[in-house]
Design a protein around this ligand. Structure first.
Ligand code: HEC
Ligand code: HEC
Ligand code: HEC
Ligand code: HEC
Ligand code: HEC
Ligand code: HEC
Ligand code: HEC
Ligand code: HEC
Ligand code: HEC
Ligand code: HEC
Length: 329
């Protein structure tokens, strides 16, 4: 028989008469990292599964922001999927909310007798997440790595809504709003003049970040920042005949990934951008000098007049032209 969760396991042990001390049995059966079933909840399941729950949590109990039955329009209600809460033999509502037998009896403390999975739950985050992780932990993309969001004690339900037909965080056009609720600076960045097209619903934060965590810095989807960029900007990867060293080193030496007030997501404007690394000294003289202008030294004025280094060195990302050594063609 399939063991669905810590509480089922504990119940089975109880039925088998193996556990004279329920608390110990629960601990033994709990999945790694999960705490034992909380005392207020108990181990009893409701008699008629979802039917018991829906007896009270019906349309009349719905609010403007919450519809119990909306869960039946989601993948969690796929009866054909044995792994889903509503699959054959599944624990239905109680697969997520835990044993609801005590909660369903008259006179019980309705709040403290059920795992509501909500942010105001009396249960600690780790225990709330454990109910989800028992089904989701081992799937490759869902691993909850020891990254910033887990360290920051986020609950699965800080991002996911389950009693809705479409979970906003899984929807391209709506995902960013979920993230912005905590990441206010990023909201400002993505409204600057030059950005990745997140605000038009054409890209998601999760095109670059693994919200569940990754071993990379800033939870990027690829092992390095550059590999993350190459996923879409393959033309910048090379190999090129004439490489520009900082490009293969780190795109963020010149670009900010989220947004910038300068064009092309640049974190400084040329010539300043370039002059962080290149000195003007020894730059070959060019025809249009500004040496004769008031107050000017020749070197400085070249760049004022020429406007930008990239007017001449247009191939900043490297060149494949036989004569492209100076990144001019
Ligand atoms: C006898 C009626 C009754 C039955 C049966 C019942 N509930 Fe409840 N439930 C309530 C009431 C009343 C509340 C409190 C609502 C409130 O105060 O906002 C509640 C609250 C909840 C909450 C939210 C708790 C919180 O902290 O806000 C969840 C989740 C819940 N029930 C799930 C279930 C599940 C799952 C079942 C089936 C196992 C179930 N209920 C069966 C009456 C019932
Ligand atoms: C796949 C997991 C899952 C299943 C299955 C599930 N729920 Fe929930 N439920 C949640 C989560 C998560 C929340 C917290 C609110 C949210 O994210 O939508 C919640 C919230 C609730 C609430 C509290 C609503 C409020 O805002 O006060 C009630 C009541 C509830 N569920 C009842 C049920 C009933 C009845 C069933 C079975 C028909 C059920 N749930 C099945 C995950 C689940
Ligand atoms: C009893 C096992 C079980 C439990 C408990 C469970 N899930 Fe799931 N979940 C599934 C299955 C099965 C699917 C469907 C996977 C598929 O179709 O590939 C799923 C799908 C999802 C999806 C993807 C939905 C979509 O539309 O693509 C999300 C997000 C999710 N679950 C989050 C949660 C969260 C958060 C919790 C805890 C509140 C939770 N699940 C609890 C089994 C479970
Ligand atoms: C910071 C927000 C955030 C938190 C917290 C979060 N998720 Fe997600 N989750 C996402 C995003 C974004 C996606 C879509 C990722 C994608 O499509 O590449 C996703 C996708 C999923 C999916 C469906 C795709 C898949 O990988 O199978 C499941 C299941 C899921 N999350 C479960 C969970 C569980 C379980 C937890 C808690 C341990 C959790 N999530 C916590 C943001 C979050
Ligand atoms: C409930 C609040 C909350 C939500 C919602 C949220 N985050 Fe976070 N996020 C945090 C916290 C807390 C940290 C850790 C901050 C710190 O360490 O300074 C964090 C850190 C991060 C980091 C930096 C990781 C690192 O290693 O530096 C990234 C990237 C990130 N979040 C992306 C996202 C994305 C993408 C979403 C939406 C899918 C999202 N967050 C939704 C709270 C949230
Ligand atoms: C084009 C890829 C890309 C997209 C899309 C993207 N990010 Fe990032 N994000 C990055 C990179 C790269 C870094 C690391 C910057 C660094 O280390 O220099 C980062 C860093 C972060 C950080 C860590 C703090 C910081 O600013 O350095 C947070 C938080 C974050 N991103 C949130 C988000 C959110 C929220 C979204 C969606 C609204 C989002 N990101 C979309 C690439 C992206
Ligand atoms: C998921 C795909 C994707 C990823 C990953 C990605 N980009 Fe982009 N990038 C785009 C799209 C789409 C555009 C917009 C193109 C357009 O508007 O024509 C864009 C535009 C740009 C632009 C030009 C912006 C402008 O205003 O002209 C720069 C610079 C850029 N990306 C740099 C990066 C860097 C650096 C990374 C890695 C941190 C990265 N991109 C990762 C898809 C991606
Ligand atoms: C030495 C600074 C520098 C580095 C490093 C750099 N870029 Fe750029 N990038 C620029 C400049 C300058 C422009 C604007 C060019 C223009 O105005 O014509 C630009 C423009 C772009 C554009 C938009 C125009 C185009 O060529 O498609 C994309 C996309 C882009 N960069 C991606 C990347 C990626 C991906 C990386 C890392 C692999 C990277 N850049 C590294 C300086 C740099
Ligand atoms: C983060 C430092 C850095 C930045 C910023 C930078 N460069 Fe470079 N650049 C280098 C390095 C390192 C080399 C390789 C020097 C060498 O091989 O001697 C180089 C090489 C060059 C060369 C070829 C020189 C030669 O002798 O072959 C040109 C031209 C050039 N850069 C122009 C630019 C322009 C234009 C910008 C601004 C858009 C810029 N660089 C920004 C570090 C930088
Ligand atoms: C008006 C055109 C023009 C502008 C503007 C310009 N350069 Fe150059 N640059 C040249 C020429 C021409 C060469 C020499 C090419 C050669 O020797 O083959 C050169 C060579 C270089 C070299 C290689 C130096 C060496 O010793 O070979 C670097 C580095 C460089 N430029 C960086 C810059 C930077 C940084 C800027 C902006 C601050 C800039 N250039 C603006 C035309 C220009």
């Amino acid at each position: 028989m399939r063991v669905f969760n810590a509480w089922t396991a504990a119940l089975l042990l109880l039925l088998a008469g193996l556990a004279s001390q329920p608390a110990a049995a629960q601990t033994a059966a709990a999945p790694a990292g999960a705490a034992s079933a909380p005392a207020g909840i108990g181990t009893e399941y409701s008699e008629k599964g979802a039917d018991t729950c829906l007896g009270c949590h019906d349309e009349e109990a719905d609010t403007t922001t919450f519809t119990t039955a909306a869960i039946f329009k989601t993948r969690h209600a796929h009866r054909g999927n044995k792994a889903s809460p509503f699959g054959a033999g599944g624990l239905q509502c109680e697969a997520c909310h835990g044993p609801g037998g005590r909660h369903a009896t008259k006179g019980s403390d309705k709040k403290r007798s059920i795992n509501s999975l909500k942010s105001n739950s009396f249960l600690p985050v780790a225990e709330r997440n454990a109910t989800c992780l028992q089904c989701h932990e081992n799937r490759s993309r869902t691993g909850w790595h020891a990254a910033a969001h887990e360290r920051g004690a986020l609950a699965c339900t800080d991002c996911h809504r389950l009693h809705v037909e479409r979970d906003a965080v899984l929807t391209k056009a709506d995902q960013a709003e979920v993230c912005y609720s905590c990441h206010k600076k990023q909201r400002a960045d993505f409204h600057k003049a030059s950005t990745h097209p997140v605000r038009f619903g054409l890209m998601r934060c999760s095109d670059c970040h693994s919200a569940h965590g990754s071993p990379s810095s800033a939870m990027l989807i690829k092992p390095t920042l550059n590999q993350t960029c190459y996923a879409c900007h393959a033309d910048k990867r090379g190999p090129l005949l004439w490489e520009h060293a900082p490009v293969s080193e780190d795109c963020s030496l010149c670009h900010s990934a989220h947004g910038s007030v300068r064009n092309a997501l640049l974190n400084k404007s040329p010539p300043l951008l370039c002059q962080q690394c290149h000195s003007q000294a020894g730059h070959p003289s060019v025809a249009r000098t500004g040496g004769s202008l008031p107050g000017g030294s020749a070197g400085a004025q070249i760049f004022l007049l020429a406007g930008s280094c990239t007017n001449c060195h247009s191939q900043v990302h490297g060149s494949n032209h036989p004569a492209g050594a100076k990144l001019m063609r």
